[in-house]
Write a protein that binds this ligand. Sequence first.
Ligand code: FAD
Ligand code: NAP
Length: 340
Amino acid sequence: MKTLQTEYDQPLASFNTLALPAVAKLFFDTSNEDQLVAALEHCSNIGEIPLILGGGSNIVLSGKPIPVCVRIASRGIRVLSKSADRVIVRVSAGVNWNDLVEHCLAAGYYGLENLALIPGSVGAAPVQNIGAYGVELNQFVERVHFRWIESGKAQNYSAAQCEFGYRDSVFKRQLNDKVVITAVDFSLRLHSEVNIEYAALRQELGDLLTPSPAQVRDAVVAIRRRKLPDPDSLPNAGSFFKNPVVSKKTMQRLCEHYSNVVYYPTSSSDEFKVAAGWLLDQAGWRGVQEDRVGVHREQALVLVNHNNAQGAELLDLAARIQSSILALFGIDLEIEPRIY
Ligand code: FAD
Ligand code: NAP
């Protein structure tokens, strides 16, 4: 085993896409499972639950010191099996998500193209069951491998055991702070079959009625580059709030007051998903810039750090947005990234 890389009082601003400052008293950079086990053993010995860090694109650092941070930087993509129409691929948790999408496209493994350009790591992807442009991760997950933080023991779950939901999974709930995902097995298609149901994607593809997976990837990348700020130039964590799922009664009330409300059906006929971005637009938040933080001009769901802000400033803005949405629409907006 290569020596476990250990740092003390490690600044974390460059390890999160919101570029928020905080210090990890102890920081382990792990590039394989032996190192991860050693880091977890250390955490257990000192009685600390570590912050497990991937690409830092779905966290908000409040500024409080972080006792221990374990970064997952393991690499590796390998084919486990192939049948006539599917391939099973095992991917280490530290692989960059978009690198995986590109690797699969180049190898002729299809399905992930709608999820192109989502920042972050493979290991974090099952945590919130990443989704975009009509596709969700769980459609392609076969098995998730993890280690228990307390004992270091390895285990794996089938997709059903992961209890995937809308931006949700067992890893966000019962297993939160209990396990570290080490690898994910994906079942991908060997034939080209694309999903272009999402209206914005269809529109971007224009006359292209039977696009290839690579053309779908190109269209997704083009929309995202136009609409979403690149964290390297304008720090952000993507959508700051989840789209609220409301009851039929609440939906009827909203429709009576606002004929243009943007909403979508869900798998339950009694529940509807309201576009949180629309709520923020109506409340006048889009493009608002305060001292060092603000709401993105192209997409109100994205809160941005304009100039070396502290986490507390961003969380204060988020709290005021939540209060205004509650007062105007009677809807509680839930913050999507995890706050530390
Ligand atoms: P981190 O931010 O490092 O961690 C997020 C959470 O997962 C933390 O609680 C962390 O402890 C936990 N975690 C990380 N790795 C592991 C592991 N190996 N085991 C256990 N727990 C772990 N999300 C979408 O769903 N769809 C999108 O389209 C999308 N677009 C985005 C666009 C932008 C510009 C940005 C900045 C973010 C976007 N996101 C999107 C959010 C984010 O990219 C995803 O949630 C991503 O999966 C987070 O990966 P990460 O490695 O950066 O996770
Ligand atoms: P958009 O296309 O402007 O649409 C606004 C919202 O409407 C989206 O959140 C989307 O929900 C929903 N929606 C649109 N068409 C839908 C349909 N046919 N059926 C069900 N729901 C529909 O959204 P956007 O902000 O530009 O984002 C585009 C995609 O990238 C979305 O899928 C979004 O989730 C994803 N994205 C996610 C993040 C993140 O951090 N979580 C950041 C950027 C982009 P869904 O969110 O459920 O798809």
